[in-house]
Design a protein around this ligand. Structure first.
Ligand code: SAM
Length: 301
């Protein structure tokens, strides 16, 4: 518990998929006048340096947002969502180099409207990250729009649903460092749908050789289909550089780190599928490393 620090992974391919889709969802949800509440159950530290020892050691941003930004500059016509996401990330940086990467709390807050209308509720359990998050949020001077609570986000969510405005987005983005997180995500979505059936629930998960990870989207589809809820599922795989026999097991590959991840959105905006279908092929083109690279977008309802 608590060995996971998102600073090592900030701006990697998984953040690219998650944050790009988050931008698409929020752009749509903020088009309607009515007030919106966003809950981030696993918020992280909020802002990350891409040139510190965390990101520098892992090199994950190098193979993610940094490579994407460089490559996108050469695309004849970048997809609108890809351009939107990269412009948003650039907006947190002063010069042309990307040194700062916004985590989900800062991406969401940037897209929200006035304090009086939209609210953002952040949960983060890690002592250092919740302190860093509170400090970063204080710099925003967002008044009462953003609250930070050091509490288990799965538990904290319950008291917030349904939101007073009856319009809400919930981002569920655990680190899955403990296997029980997979089951907790399912229970969380089932419970949240009972409390607030029309909410939009956005779940991120790793595509790794672990039965619980493999089963998660299948179980979420079952929950949605039984409840009669629309869903969208998308994955991004950057693949592996070929360094040996094609039959190499994942744990034997030179880069055994996660090379794919997925998002599952319950009650997605109707525009999300088209947004992702336009952007993800370009992301694969720019970030793909070889065998296994690709993307998937599927939806129902
Ligand atoms: N959502 C962030 C983003 O996109 O920028 C990244 C979050 S990171 C993948 C997961 C975070 O959840 C970690 O910072 C971890 O400390 C925190 N965490 C782990 N278990 C938690 C829990 N039960 N409740 C709240 N936060 C938790």
């Amino acid at each position: 518990m608590f060995s996971y620090r998102h600073a090592f992974h900030a701006g990697n391919h998984a953040d690219v998929l998650k944050h790009m889709a988050l931008v698409a969802v929020l752009r749509h949800m903020t088009r309607k006048d009515a007030a919106l509440m966003v809950v981030d159950t696993h918020a992280g530290a909020g802002l990350y340096r891409l040139d510190d020892e965390f990101a520098g050691t892992s090199g994950e941003a190098q193979a993610g947002v940094l490579r994407l930004a460089e490559g996108a500059a050469g695309l004849p016509s970048p997809a609108p969502l890809l351009a939107d996401y990269l412009a948003l990330v650039r907006g947190f940086n002063r010069g042309p180099e990307l040194r700062i990467y916004p985590g989900s709390p800062f991406i969401v807050q940037h897209l929200l409207r006035t304090e009086a209308r939209d609210k953002l509720k952040l949960f983060e359990l890690h002592p250092s990250d919740s302190r860093a998050l509170a400090g970063n949020v204080a710099q925003l001077q967002a008044g009462r729009q953003v609250t930070v609570t050091r509490q288990d986000g799965f538990e904290g969510l319950k008291a917030l649903l349904p939101p007073p405005s009856r319009r809400g987005l919930v981002l569920v983005d655990p680190s899955y460092e403990i296997k029980s997180d997979y089951g907790k995500v399912i229970t969380c979505v089932q419970d949240a749908l009972q409390r607030f059936a029309t909410g939009t629930y956005f779940i991120w998960y790793p595509v790794i050789p672990r039965p619980e990870a493999h089963d998660l989207p299948r179980r979420l589809k079952t929950v949605c289909n039984r409840a009669g809820k629309a869903w969208l599922h998308a994955t991004l795989a950057i693949g592996h550089e070929e360094t040996g026999p094609a039959a190499l097991a994942p744990e034997e590959r030179r880069d055994p780190g996660m090379s794919a991840s997925g998002i599952f959105v319950v009650n997605p905006p109707h525009t999300l599928r088209a947004d992702l279908e336009a952007a993800l092929p370009q992301v694969v083109q720019l970030l793909g490393r070889g065998r296994g690279q690709g993307h998937l977008v599927e939806s129902a309802g």
